[in-house]
Write a protein that binds this ligand. Structure first.
Ligand SMILES: *Cc1c(COP(=O)(O)O)cnc(C)c1O
Length: 355
């Protein structure tokens, strides 16, 4: 079977699993005060070229929800893309952990919000107006829900709008490494240098078993975070198992090599699809996700050939204005990973061409 439904259908990399085994060998301090977690935080400081606080959790939902809770009072507003993961795919965790803050959706093609649209929506919530939730955070997904990437100029422009309204910027970096390689910039350039205050640094989808970091570039903003993490049940008692994963992930460019491979596999699939009549790609392939509108018979051929992709939302408001999924078509998402083989991409394209 070839499974490209998501990049979390694959397990952890051997490097990460071996690091977990090695960390398992001897007694170690608990609740995140272990040497692996401390070393991983030091590595992150070096990689981001900035002082920071890093907290490890086991899911991206926890990372996002707890990060937003640290930024946002219960009467706050979080501005995010209307089809973002925080808005649509976290079962209200951001609302719960902020104790009721409102997620305000901002529209935008290809999963991206523009600085103009952001400014426009923020103005609906005047500062000091008792009737309105108060602007408290902007949350950007890098990679976006549509597999696209914000450029550095776009991140800077969005941060400028947020900061002009005195609100911090959170980045949902569930696929941070894929975005980073796509832009070819430094981790610093894509985050704090562009105005990002808090980052959910994803690692699970790109090689870890279950590990994400919440990174505060201003340690002062992290003052209460340990309480929030414990209270949500995300302070892992054998915290070394998270620290060891993150350390292995960052060692010897493992994270970058994994993402580079995943992006290359997606680029190959993208190029192949472009040469096949009847396949339309509504959003640019900029990282490790390929979205394709295909004839139903092609989708059926994939199923028959034991090739799995995710069915995507045909009603997505992120589609370009002149694009829609017709009755005899299916909207599919293919996600490549560090484990995707070139032969698998060739096979998918072969089945598509034959259909
Ligand atoms: C996968 C993903 C997450 C994290 O989701 P979990 O399933 O909670 O780990 C967060 N944001 C985006 C954009 C994602 O794709």
């Amino acid at each position: 079977m070839i499974n490209l439904a998501s990049d979390n259908v694959v397990g952890a990399s051997r490097v990460v699993l071996e690091a977990i085994l090695a960390a398992n060998a001897a007694p170690e301090a608990s609740y995140g005060s272990d040497r692996f977690s401390r070393e991983a935080e030091s590595r992150l400081k070096a990689i981001f070229e900035h002082d920071l606080k890093a907290y490890f959790v086991t899911t991206g939902t926890a990372a996002n929800a707890l990060a937003l809770a640290a930024l946002c009072p219960p009467w706050g507003a979080v501005f995010c893309h209307e089809e973002s993961h925080v808005a649509d795919d976290e079962c209200g965790a951001p609302e719960m952990f902020t104790a009721g803050a409102k997620l305000v959706g901002v529209p935008g093609v290809a999963g991206k919000i523009t600085s103009g649209a952001l400014e426009h929506v923020i103005k609906r919530y005047p500062r000091g107006a008792i009737k309105a939730v108060q602007p408290s955070a902007v949350s950007l997904s890098q990679v976006t829900e549509c597999g696209t990437i914000y450029t550095l100029d776009e991140i800077k422009a969005l941060s400028a709008v947020a900061h002009a309204h005195s609100i911090p910027v959170h980045m949902d970096g569930a696929r941070f490494a894929n975005a980073l390689l796509s832009l070819g910039c430094s981790p610093a350039a894509m985050t704090w240098k562009a105005g990002v205050d808090v980052l959910s640094f994803g690692a699970t989808k790109n090689g870890c078993l279950a590990c994400e970091a919440v990174i505060f570039f201003d340690p002062a903003k992290a003052a209460d975070f340990e309480f929030r993490r414990k209270r949500s049940g995300h302070t892992v008692s054998k915290g070394r198992l998270l620290g060891a994963q993150m350390l292995a992930y960052l060692q010897d460019d493992h994270w970058l090599n994994n993402a580079k491979h995943a992006n290359a596999m997606a680029a190959e699939l993208n190029t192949g699809f472009k040469s096949i009549a009847g396949v339309r790609l509504p959003w640019a392939t900029e990282a490790n996700e390929v979205f394709a509108i295909v004839p139903r018979r092609m989708a059926d051929a994939f199923t028959k050939a034991d090739i799995a992709a995710a069915s995507w939302y045909t009603e997505s408001v992120s589609l370009p204005r002149d694009e829609y999924v017709k009755a005899d078509e299916v909207f599919l998402r293919f996600v490549t990973s560090f484990q995707t083989k070139p032969e698998e991409i060739a096979r998918v394209l072969d089945v598509a061409r034959t259909a």
